[in-house]
Write a protein that binds this ligand. Structure first.
Ligand code: PLP
Length: 366
């Protein structure tokens, strides 16, 4: 059975333009041969432009979480004290990963739907000079909040000089994240959100300070060993067989992103984010994130109105309106639903969602 096209409005995977599907059906090549040398060289150079960085940058074959795992195992050692800022499901997951590796994780948590407070991070770092690193999620996909990474970095890097590790899976390539401008040591993202290609690739930037940390880091690593990745990249290769088809798509996606210009891409996400929030409010619904200045331009979380069966609502949206929305995660399950508006998305796509909600909500008692 073939999958029929629909309006996929989850915050990843996101829809893919036809031109990218076509590029991905190109024939397989030898990943130790000249076509690949050109492919990885071009993709890496363009990714550095999108990350706005001169740091090392690696393309890994994994989902975004693999990029996050690489950021941890290449910089930390068991028992290292790390501050994990979390205001949602993905922040918590990143902290869980640190726990799994035996890192001495200190969690600093905020209300789900609210932004991370840089002042609280300042206090935590002031109270305990032993912290080696801070991990933070730039855009909390589970709540639709974009945290103030610039201010967080000015505390973590500017005032305390700690290593700053960033989950940028649902922000990079959609909203501004100048990696060098904001002095972020390690930034990891995935392919299936803002980049308009399928799941299967992760991208990670790694600063000189991150390499210094790498020198003394003793966490076990093999598949995600960035020292290996660096050695191979010098020969225009990857240590292991890469996801070639996704990389064919990546090359086209990056060409398109750079042709549109980063400012154009950011502006488009900003206006579509605003369009979504305005439309949702016009339907009489309430946003989870009350702070308009920090509302995410890649995903909007909407409070499920009281007495509405959210599962039934989303099922009607899917079966009768051909619109696929995302539910809540963790403790927000059943309490919110989410509209993804990142990557390949137009106002028409969002208008379809709003129109469909306008028809479906009254049927479920709103
Ligand atoms: C989607 C997402 C992840 C997980 O990425 P996978 O590709 O599913 O591994 C991590 N962090 C954030 C913020 C995300 O949005």
């Amino acid at each position: 059975m073939r999958i029929q096209p629909h309006n996929l409005r989850t915050p990843g995977p996101t829809p893919i333009p036809d031109e990218i599907y076509e590029a991905m059906s190109d024939p397989m090549i030898n990943h130790r041969g000249p076509e690949f040398f050109e492919l990885i060289t071009e993709c890496t150079a363009m990714l550095k432009q999108v990350f706005m960085t001169d740091n090392d940058l690696f393309i890994l074959t994994s989902s975004g979480t693999g990029g996050l795992e690489a950021s941890v195992v290449n910089t930390l050692s068991p028992g290292d004290r790390v501050l994990a800022a979390s205001a949602g499901s993905f922040g918590d997951r990143f902290a869980d990963m640190l726990d799994a590796y035996g890192v001495d994780t200190q969690r600093i948590t905020f209300e789900w739907g609210e932004p991370i407070d840089p002042e609280a991070i300042r206090r935590a770092l002031r109270d305990d000079p032993e912290f080696k690193a801070v991990i933070v999620t730039h855009n909390e996909t589970s709540t639709g909040v974009t945290h103030d990474l610039q201010s967080i970095s000015s505390v973590v890097k500017g005032e305390f000089g700690k290593l700053l590790i960033v989950d940028a899976v649902s922000s990079l390539g959609c909203v501004p994240l100048p990696v060098d401008g904001w002095d972020c040591d390690v930034v990891a993202t995935g392919s299936q959100k803002g980049f308009m290609i399928p799941p299967g690739l992760a991208f990670i930037s790694f600063s000189n300070e991150a390499w210094e940390a790498q020198q003394s880091s003793t966490l076990p690593r093999f598949y995600f060993d960035l020292e290996e990745a660096k050695k191979y990249l010098e020969r225009k290769q990857t240590p292991w067989t890469p996801n070639l088809s996704a990389m064919y798509g990546l090359r086209v996606a990056l060409e398109n992103i750079l042709e549109e210009g980063l400012e154009g891409v950011f502006g488009r996400h900003a206006s579509i984010g605003q369009f979504t929030r305005d439309g949702v409010r016009a339907l009489g619904l309430e946003l989870l994130c009350a702070d308009e200045a920090r509302a995410s331009n890649t995903v909007t979380a909407i409070k499920m109105p009281a007495h509405i069966d959210g599962e039934q609502m989303m099922e009607l949206m899917r079966t009768e309106e051909n619109v696929v929305l995302a539910g809540g995660q963790g403790k927000l399950t059943g309490h919110i639903f989410r509209i993804g508006h990142l990557g390949y998305v137009t106002e028409d796509h969002i208008q379809e969602v709003l129109d469909a909600l306008g028809r479906v909500l009254p049927r479920v008692g709103f």
